[in-house]
Design a protein around this ligand. Structure first.
Ligand SMILES: [Mg+2]
Ligand SMILES: [Zn+2]
Length: 197
């Protein structure tokens, strides 16, 4: 039987988003020093893997394309993430990234690609390469783009965020209603383990 997986978005799920005050934006970390593992993430990933789920990162990382950081710095941030997870006893079974952006400053990355969420390409590629059955799997993310990508791939979905109905109109507009909302990854993992099958 094909494997079951929990696909995870990175920024806002594994690590905290960063407020870049000079640019006035909330975005991914631009340096390894800005990487902060969120509470409960190590435990959540450990529990999901113990229950037989592959845990697979599926992340848009357009920061290189936008000129926010270099490929080398991206590698440092990735190393920092893996160190922080390992220190919490947690490991990822796979990592899938989309580095493209339709308005990239870096020409080679200026692509209207099938892998940038909300499109499901990253999840579909991971499923094919890792022998995962999307219908037995979940996508957990903090954005409606994650929910759309998860649904598009045929997964169940959990949105991380606060229970505020500011989101309800957007969910309607985007036709991106998650199966559940949870406040953090550990709560999401418990939802999956308690009824996810
Ligand atoms: Mg995110
Ligand atoms: Zn892409």
């Amino acid at each position: 039987m094909a494997a079951k997986a929990v696909f995870l978005d990175r920024d806002g799920v594994i690590n905290a988003l960063v407020y870049h005050q000079e640019q006035g934006i909330i975005d991914s970390p631009f340096t390894a020093g800005q990487f902060r593992l969120l509470p409960g993430v190590g435990e959540a990933i450990r529990k999901l893997r113990e229950a037989g789920y592959k845990v697979v990162l599926a992340s848009n990382q357009p920061g290189i394309a936008k000129g926010n950081f270099s490929l080398e710095v991206f590698g440092e941030i990735r190393d920092r993430m893996k160190e922080a997870l390992a220190a919490a006893g947690a490991f990822l079974d796979g990592e899938y990234y989309c580095f493209h952006h339709p308005e990239a400053r870096v020409e080679a990355l200026r692509v209207d690609c099938p892998c940038r969420k909300p499109r499901p390409g990253l999840l579909l590629r991971a499923s094919q390469e890792m022998g995962i059955d999307p219908s037995r799997s979940w996508m957990v993310g903090d954005g409606l783009t994650d929910i759309k990508a998860g649904k598009g791939a045929g997964c169940r979905t959990i949105l991380l965020g606060r229970m505020k109905c500011e989101l309800c109109r957007l969910m309607d507009e985007e036709d991106a209603h998650p199966d559940a909302i949870a406040s953090n990854l550990l709560t999401a993992a418990q939802l999956i383990l308690n009824g996810g099958g």
